[in-house]
Design a protein. Structure first.
Lengths: 300, 436
């Protein structure tokens, strides 16, 4: 079951195409990475899902039904460009956004208190946003995004401005929300975070989808039969036929070979008594590598 | 609809809770009252404390002796002789008027006025008139006219305007009252449109530069956000206006009591009948008040409120559109001009040409075209423009508000999400036709 289905969505501007027949599904209850370099069309797509703008072609289904204004209250959005009213107090601000999302005042009060407590922020309640540090402001912005208990949460670069401790706090909170049944779309450039918390991803490049699936699927899709062998000892690796050495590195008396097989594993190499093997594995590209490979536009 | 209410509430409460708003709202009536209080206090205080001028009259002709009637706050002291040296050492004598030898009523000569300080125009003419009256009376007596006839020749002419309406009813029309009221109302609207229109624009720019707008328009329609802002700020203005009116009325009442204006005034008015010289002034003041009260004040105030809100909504929507199209306040100049020009034009022309001819062609057109009508109609209103023109102007205003909000809404919707782009008028025109 999908929370969101993007079907053949296109968006054209006067001088360029922001999205070109983009299609993918976001499964329910997962953390979904929306990846892509700057200008790939992520923000355009997020704005369309938020109904800030409308697609020129295609449609979006929310829980199986065409997306309408009624769904807005089921969506939480953390924009990349953070924005809060600087002169308003934390509490007034949270209450304002809670009410715009259709929460009743008593319920909103309870939720605001619960969140402020969770983020150890109850003492900031009466403070104006401009009096808070950047990290504190980010926390308030995060509360604004999730306090109305949305089914679908869009987080655009949620970790910017946080120190490692608070980054972990936000990560835990995102996983918490997922475990409570929310579906989360995460747009970020930090691939290590994607690997750490995303279940599924889609990678956009130049208005098109270039990869989609689970993180493992996407990484596996780019593997090219390369293996890595780390050993101690003196041999001449080029002497083994059937393997093609890609790289060879020496470190602390260890040698690491990256190679591909022509046909089958060469038994000679592994049975060689003059080396001591410490690691042998298939090389699966990291998300960072996947990203760089698939969005490499340099040859164009 | 509910969202507009929530946004309106935020715009309203964040503004009325500001210290600057509270200060300005409370201080302005105090300042206005203090200003008028001082003026009244000074003028009232002056008339009662001005010292009499003692003027020695040395009459070598004998014509004026015992016949001079001293004007207000002047005492004539007849003397056979009074030298300039005496004047210099004297504390009590302010001036000497010498009537030369050989002065006759048929052959008047120049009178000499000697004083240590120069004479004001009003005192000079009052003293001149005192002497002139004596000569005239003597001439009339010589012609055989008796004193009672001479007294009865004193006549004052007051032009009393009465406006005749189409249905035959008449009402008082006082140019002074009409002009004063019209200008005051027009200026208030002008001031309000500028002050609060710019606030709308600043508010929009704030939301745009803080990027709050992206978050809000993911929840509410841009149009709701714009309307909430425009309406919220309108309520702030109405609150301020109401407080100003109430406070100014209370304060001026209090100040009036403190100065004792009311008491003194009533007594003066009662004695006015016996004092023909004073009667003119006070009759005039009385007339001023009664003419003011005779105006259709409820109707004027109702129409004022309409244009107060209407003018603001019309211009406020345009200000919102400007705010959405730019990235910072410094970029607003080029778009501000076409909005501020008609406003400045309307107040400049209304305070000169329209006041001179409140029912002329220019006045009529300016009070119907929505860019100038809020200001111009206020200037015309106390002069009683034809009803159909007032209603036509209001209808045009209503339609223009709807049009302005529709146009502004389209520009706003595109503008608030457009960053880092220098916008031209051509670009703005394109936005009007964007689908979404």
């Amino acid at each position: 079951m999908s929370i969101i289905q993007i079907q053949e969505v296109s968006k054209f501007y006067a001088d360029h195409t922001a999205l070109d027949k983009v299609s993918f599904d976001v499964p329910k209850g997962c953390i979904f990475g929306l990846l892509g370099p700057n200008g790939a069309g992520k923000t355009s797509l997020i704005r369309i899902i938020n109904q800030i703008t409308a697609p020129d072609e295609g449609q979006i289904l929310f829980q199986g039904k065409p997306l309408t204004k009624d769904h807005i209250k089921q969506i939480g959005y953390l924009p990349e460009e953070r924005g809060l009213y600087k002169k308003m107090t934390v509490y007034d601000q949270l209450m304002y956004f809670a009410r715009l999302r259709g929460m009743e005042i008593p319920a909103a009060k309870k939720t605001i208190h619960a969140w402020l407590e969770k983020f150890e922020a109850t003492t900031w309640k009466k403070k104006k946003i401009e009096e808070l540090s950047k990290g504190m402001q980010q926390k308030i912005q995060f509360i604004v995004t999730v306090m109305h208990n949305p089914d679908f949460i869009i987080l655009d670069e949620p970790f910017t401005g946080f120190d490692p401790k608070n980054t972990q706090l936000i990560k835990d909170e995102i996983e918490n929300l997922r475990n409570q049944g929310a579906s989360i779309m995460l747009s970020t450039h930090r691939m290590e975070n994607v690997e750490a918390i995303c279940d599924n991803v889609v990678l956009l490049n130049k208005a098109n989808v270039v990869a989609k699936g689970t993180v493992m699927d996407v990484r596996n899709s780019l593997k090219d039969n390369t293996y890595s062998l780390t050993y101690k000892g003196e041999i001449n690796p080029t002497g083994f036929k059937d393997i093609v050495i890609k790289t060879q590195e020496q470190k602390d008396g260890n040698t690491t070979l990256h190679f591909t097989y022509n046909d089958k594993p060469n038994i000679q190499l592994f049975n060689n008594p003059s080396i001591e093997i410490s690691e042998y594995r298939e090389v699966i590209p990291s998300m960072q590598e996947v990203f760089l490979t698939l969005t490499d536009n340099s040859h164009e | 609809m509910n969202n507009i209410g929530i946004i309106t509430g935020r715009e309203y409460f964040t503004r009325v809770k500001k210290k600057s708003f509270i200060l300005m709202t409370l201080l302005t009536p105090l300042l206005i009252t203090a200003f008028y209080g001082i003026i009244i206090w000074v003028s009232v205080g002056q008339s009662s404390t001005v010292e009499n001028q003692n003027i020695v009259v040395v009459d070598h002709s004998g014509i004026f002796m015992n016949k001079l009637e001293a004007p207000e706050s002047v005492v004539f002291i007849p003397q056979e002789y009074y030298s300039a040296d005496q004047l210099i050492v004297s504390d009590s004598i302010d001036a000497v008027v010498t009537v030369p030898n050989g002065y006759t009523i048929d052959h008047p000569l120049e009178l000499k006025y000697e004083s240590m300080s120069s004479l004001s125009v009003s005192n000079s003419s009052r003293i001149e008139r005192a002497f002139k009256d004596v000569v005239r009376d003597q001439k009339l007596t010589k012609l055989g006219v008796d004193q009672t006839t001479i007294d009865s020749l004193q006549t004052n002419v007051i032009l009393r305007q009465v406006k005749v309406d189409e249905d035959g009813s008449t009402s008082a029309s006082n140019i002074g009252v009409n002009t004063g009221l019209g200008m005051a109302l027009a200026f208030m609207i002008y001031f309000f449109i500028f002050l609060y229109g710019v606030q709308v624009m600043k508010g929009v720019i704030e939301e745009k530069t803080n990027r709050i707008v992206e978050l809000i328009v993911s929840t509410v329609k841009p149009f709701q956000l714009m309307m909430g802002k425009v309406l919220g700020i309108a309520l702030v203005g109405l609150t301020q206006l109401t407080i100003w009116i109430v406070l100014t009325s209370i304060l001026s009442g209090v100040v009036g009591l403190i100065i004792g204006l009311n008491m003194g005034h009533m007594q003066e008015l009662q004695t006015a009948a016996n004092n023909p010289a004073m009667a003119n002034v006070d009759m005039h003041q009385l007339q001023f008040v009664s003419d003011f009260l005779a105006l259709p004040l409820a109707k004027i105030f109702g129409i004022f409120l309409f244009f107060f809100m209407g003018g603001y909504l019309f211009y406020g929507a345009l200000f919102a559109a400007i705010g959405s199209a730019v990235d910072s306040e410094t970029d607003t100049q080029q778009f501000m001009l076409p909005i501020t020009m008609p406003l400045v034009f309307s107040i400049a022309v209304s305070f000169s040409i329209v006041i001179g001819d409140p029912n002329g062609t220019l006045a009529t057109w300016m009070s119907i075209i929505p860019l100038t009508s809020p200001v111009t109609m206020m200037v015309r209103l106390p002069f009683g423009p034809p009803d159909w023109q007032v209603y036509l102007s209001m209808a045009v205003m209503l339609l223009s508000i709807i049009a302005a909000i529709a146009v502004a809404g389209k520009i706003y919707r595109t503008g608030i999400l457009m960053y880092g782009k220098k916008v031209s008028y051509k670009e703005l025109a394109k936005w009007l036709f964007y689908k979404n």
